[in-house]
Design a protein around this ligand. Structure first.
Ligand SMILES: [Zn+2]
Length: 279
């Protein structure tokens, strides 16, 4: 039987700075790995030098995303047509096309349609706090969770017949890494509640939210693919502290070449930690 994974994310670079190692590993083992990206990353900070030859930040970032998808060895990305929202309080959040201003039902319906079309056994998305509380990540977490249920609901209309995937997983960030860094920042005299360029990332809150881990995927053999994919997002590798933060998280996640997942559906009936999302 053909094995298929669908990863549902928000921005160009979420795949490479997040669960890219897992996606590359499964793609290399013959699984059809699909990616939905909800926005084109319009709100990302880009140094002008990277924009040369591109008509917009969105075009540049989609170009970077296509490069990353090739490096990961997964299927061509499926874009939704929403606009990147910024962190809480950002002016980008006022844009009428901003993802966070969209209808949750509509976005979930679009994702459910893709689920019915490609029939994945496994669906992956952000954890309930979107990794680091990015509003778009939280929105996509909610939309993908809703879509997982809608796809199998015969009452839900759509362009394809109902299909119910088997498992829904949330990618989570190891808390002890964050707790370690909270202590480190305090020792350095920095305020861990006001981290990032806009001082809008509260690491202490991230260190508190704990999600259970039901699967650990070791992608050490494919780490070079994740590194190559992350390198495609050259415009996001600059000096901004927010970007620095995302890179730092990426480094934390990549330090042991292990991705952690919480199994949301069905609720796991054993405490043992899986090493395969299909088992
Ligand atoms: Zn993101």
């Amino acid at each position: 039987m053909k094995r298929t994974i669908l990863s549902v994310l928000a921005h160009p670079d979420d795949e490479s700075f997040g669960m890219g190692g897992t996606l590359a590993k499964y793609a290399a083992s013959g699984v059809d790995v699909h990616l939905i990206c909800a926005t084109r990353g319009e709100a990302g900070e880009v140094d002008p030098e990277y924009l040369e030859g591109y008509s917009s930040i969105a075009n540049l970032r989609v170009h970077e995303l296509n490069c990353a998808v090739k490096e990961l060895g997964i299927e061509p990305v499926r874009m939704l047509k929403y606009r990147d929202s910024g962190m809480t309080g950002s002016a980008d959040n006022q844009h009428p096309q901003a993802l966070i201003n969209a209808s949750l039902d509509q976005v979930a319906g679009e994702i459910a349609d893709t689920i019915r079309e490609i029939k994945p056994q496994v669906v992956l998305t952000f954890d309930p706090i979107g990794g680091y509380r990015h509003p778009d990540h939280i929105f996509i977490h909610e939309a993908a969770t809703k879509a997982f249920k809608l796809a199998g609901d015969p009452e839900h209309p759509g362009n394809y017949p109902p299909f119910q995937p088997e498992r829904l997983f949330y990618h989570t960030i190891p808390r002890y890494f964050i707790q370690f860094n909270v202590r480190l920042l305090k020792r350095l005299g920095k305020d861990p509640t006001k981290y990032g360029k806009n001082h809008d990332i509260d690491l202490t809150q991230m260190a508190v939210d704990e999600f259970p881990v039901h699967a650990r995927i070791n992608y050490a053999e494919y780490k070079d693919r994740k590194v190559a994919a992350a390198a495609c997002h050259v415009s996001q590798g600059g000096h901004g502290l927010t970007r620095g933060f995302v890179r730092w998280l990426s480094w934390l996640l990549g330090a042991r070449s292990v991705d952690q997942f919480m199994q949301a559906i069905p609720e796991p009936n054993s405490m043992s930690i899986k090493e395969d999302l299909f088992l």
